[in-house]
Design a protein. Structure first.
Length: 550
């Protein structure tokens, strides 16, 4: 038998009774009452995120039904024959099956065939099927009849993380229990007790970081604690800094300082801070997700407590965010959220992700503090004030710091944004101009589709009618609409016509080339060459203009 001390913590401290389960009191009480009242359902269905006790609860139910001492005196330390065998997954009447590896209808048929024989050494024959959502449709159908009217001695226990993938006909035949995420405070106290039992030296702040990363999963928390204890010397305490390095996280206070610097527009210090974080080995996606979390805290700090932040913040950080948030307009935070979400998508298509994040941080600074050299300059604002007499002499400074100041007039913002929009607008009045704009903006894929796979039917103001061939990209219309709005500042209507329309640009070029070759073959020079060289052929004609371009 394997020494219990050699097991990983997640297995070593696996609950053996309902009393050992944490965070699932309602489930434990309901199941216990049903067994005591002798109203045991034909099938249990446990669902929830990973590591909250689905399979563990299934085994405890199996023990409760088959324990020699009964559920009131359920074995805890000194196990009876049945409880010991169930704990070791070796009981002849309790079959554990992983649906991820046995998904077919033949596996279920074998199981049903096996169910015809009664239990040999216990009261119930029990089938525990883990990750039951992995079963095939045919396997579920084969199970339905037996599930609804099984023999009295037969019980099913299902566990899954994907309840929506299970047919409703199966769910309706089970007694369903949704196991919840474990509360932060409860999980913290639990792993703290485990740390003491293991004689481990881990600071409370490091334990709180483990709780945050585990996201309510007991198994994840124990695995991280195990890793943390193995990563430090026995005489050394695992503090927050060491834990952040081990688990690839960084100090939240650094992120709060960075946020404050972004609002000030201090580009040099912001980039320096990020590079220090990156040098610690923090993954770009981890950074972006933490940044999203921080934006959420800034937006909702007045309705949050330390407990509700899942130990992501300590008292000092909580108060610091509360203070800074008083001077931030909600519109800024919403813009920050949108830009951050967009950057998260960009990381999948950029090879050097840290460069993408640096540009993202610079973008945020240009949102909060407009640069006079770029979007809004003093000249534009002063001329605007002369025209409308609505902006005071001090409004230049207000506009430059427009989003940070919560007292800034919305009317001024609207005028400035409208001015920026009109300055950046591009006029497109023909199909050829559209191709030129695509080239200027380096939208070569869009240009390729327009030239090769699109036939123009009509081109009017803010309206294009086209026909197309089978090779046209399925996202073409959406991409073109977005780009036209971005370039012109106006909404365009793109309609697909049944009319054939003009031939594509590429076809025009090919036809022109064929015509030039035909003219070349009719020339006296070509005829003279044909007489002297029998195998001569004219394959291409280059005009003087094309030659000069080359």
């Amino acid at each position: 038998m394997i020494n219990k001390n050699l097991k990983v913590l997640a297995l070593k401290y696996r609950p053996q009774t309902f009393d050992d389960l944490i965070g699932q009191e309602v489930v434990s009480e309901t199941i216990t009452n049903s067994i005591l009242a002798n109203k045991v359902p034909n099938a249990y269905l446990f669902t929830g995120i990973r590591g909250v006790g689905k399979t563990t609860t299934a085994r405890i139910v199996a023990k409760s039904l088959n324990c020699i001492n009964g559920i009131k005196n359920l074995c805890k330390e000194k196990l009876c024959v049945n409880c010991d065998a169930i704990s070791n997954s070796s009981h002849i009447d309790v079959l554990e099956m992983d649906a991820a590896s046995k998904t077919g209808v033949d596996d279920i048929r074998d199981l049903i065939e096996f169910s015809k024989y009664g239990p040999t050494s216990s009261k119930y024959k029990i089938f525990i099927i883990d990750e039951v959502h992995m079963l095939s449709k045919q396997a579920f159908n084969a199970l339905l009849k037996t599930l609804e009217e099984p023999p009295e001695y037969l019980k099913f226990i299902f566990a899954t993380t994907e309840i929506k993938k299970i047919p409703i006909t199966v769910v309706s035949r089970c007694q369903r229990f949704d196991l919840t995420r474990i509360k932060s405070s409860e999980l913290f106290e639990f792993i703290k007790k485990i740390k003491i039992k293991e004689n481990g030296k881990v600071s409370d702040d490091a334990l709180k970081l483990i709780v945050k990363i585990s996201e309510g999963s007991v198994r994840d928390a124990l695995s991280l604690l195990d890793r943390g204890l193995l990563s430090t010397d026995k005489d050394k305490e695992l503090n927050l800094n060491d834990a952040q390095k081990i688990f690839g996280h960084f100090d939240k206070s650094i992120l709060i300082d960075m946020f404050s610097l972004i609002l000030q527009g201090n580009e040099k210090k912001v980039i320096e801070l990020f590079r220090n974080i990156y040098d610690q080995g923090v993954e770009p996606k981890v950074f972006i997700n933490d940044f999203l979390e921080l934006i959420y805290y800034f937006k909702n700090i007045n309705s949050l407590t330390i407990e509700s932040t899942n130990f992501s913040l300590n008292d000092e950080e909580y108060l610091k965010i509360k203070e800074i948030s008083q001077n931030i307009d909600n519109e800024v935070l919403i813009l920050f959220w949108q830009f951050t979400i967009k950057t998260l998508d960009e990381l999948d298509i950029v090879s050097n992700q840290n460069l993408s994040i640096e540009m993202f941080l610079m973008r945020l600074m240009h949102i909060t503090t407009s640069n006079p050299k770029n979007d809004i300059n003093e000249k534009n604002i002063s001329s605007k004030s002369l025209e409308n007499n609505e902006i005071s002499s001090n409004s230049k400074n207000e506009a430059i710091d427009q989003i940070k100041s919560i007292t800034q007039e919305k009317k001024i913002k609207a005028e400035i944004l409208a001015e920026i929009k009109s300055e950046n607008r591009t006029s497109i009045s023909s199909f050829d101009e559209l191709l030129i704009v695509c080239t200027e903006n380096k939208e070569m894929k869009l240009k390729y589709e327009l030239e090769k796979n699109v036939n123009l039917v009509s081109f009017e103001k803010n309206r294009i009618e086209i026909s197309f061939n089978d090779r046209l990209d399925k996202n073409f219309v959406k991409d073109l609409s977005l780009k036209l709005f971005e370039w012109t500042g106006n909404r365009w209507i793109i309609t697909l016509s049944k009319s054939k329309g003009q031939i594509s640009i590429k076809e025009k070029e090919q036809n022109k080339k064929i015509e030039l070759i035909k003219e070349g073959k009719d020339s006296d020079l070509y005829k003279m060459l044909s007489e002297k060289f029998l195998d001569v052929d004219l394959v291409d004609v280059i005009s003087k203009n094309e030659k000069n371009k080359q």
